[in-house]
Design a protein around this ligand. Sequence first.
Ligand SMILES: [Zn+2]
Length: 349
Amino acid sequence: MSTMNLISQDLPPRRSRIATEVDFEADGRQCGFLSVPISTHESAYGRVQVPVVCLRNGDGPTALLVAGNHGDEYEGQIALVRLIQTIDPAHILGRLIVLPAANLPAALAGRRESPLDGGNLNRAFPGDPDGGPTEMIAHFIENVLLPMADYALDLHSGGSSLVYRPCALVRDHGTPEHVAKTFAALAAFGPSLAYVTDGRNQGAERTFHAAADRCGVIVITAELGGGAHIDGEGLRLANDGTRRLLHHIGILAVAQAACADRPRLMRVEGIASYVLSPEDGVFEPCVCLGDDVAPGALAGWIHYPDTPWRPSSAVRFRSGGSVVCQRATCATKRGDCLFQVLTEYQRQQ
Ligand SMILES: [Zn+2]
């Protein structure tokens, strides 16, 4: 038997090295930090202080609300800061755990990844208690916070490089009861557009959504805008949708105005859903978010200002559907995502 096997068999499960003074079992309002150990030239025995707020009022369901998973996505960060400043334990039944800047170093830097370790939190799950700060945060969320939760909401946008039409995504699997609760929560959150993922796209099993799914938590991810600025409709969905969801699951007593319509349900058709840039150049889009497009339709052009006599390249959609996401900036490298389209999804009832 190798030494490695002896080590893995003999040691107990590794515990998180993150400390917090917040007592998640106590009633009332607690504002504090997840203290993530870090040792750098500037701070040998330092701690990254990730803010966390816990509101509890007796027994009831627990919701975990997260933003700043990517630091350059702002609608969710603003909505959760507002929620923290305006909600009181007397307003709720059960427990609310809020992480408005989950990857704090990334949020402070206004970047997708943490400048401390290059970590993309939404590609870091299930994390590592002995890894870098991003992996430690992922591990704490999956092993400490999510096991306390019945419901979870992860508020994203397209970040600096993409712009999303505000929408939400869910998975359509699990027990009939789990699926029914998921779609009821989605309807309460109230996006006009939602898409169903099977977990095989982009972040696969490394995302917060996948971690919540592993923990048996009812989870919604929202994409609320992007381009590192604020989308008005996305911010409204973040503010109002979060409160509608909390009322729906019984945590928030005050009723919110319900959404009149069910979301249009869509799905991702694998890699063909993404239009990629064939070359480095300047991207000119030819369609808008929300447009319905056919396979082969013109998506945009790549121009070459460094050799302006070179013919510009037409870029076309591979699968048809509704345009949900486009590149936010014109300067483009080969392989950058220019558009994402969604196709209609029929639920098996
Ligand atoms: Zn994101």
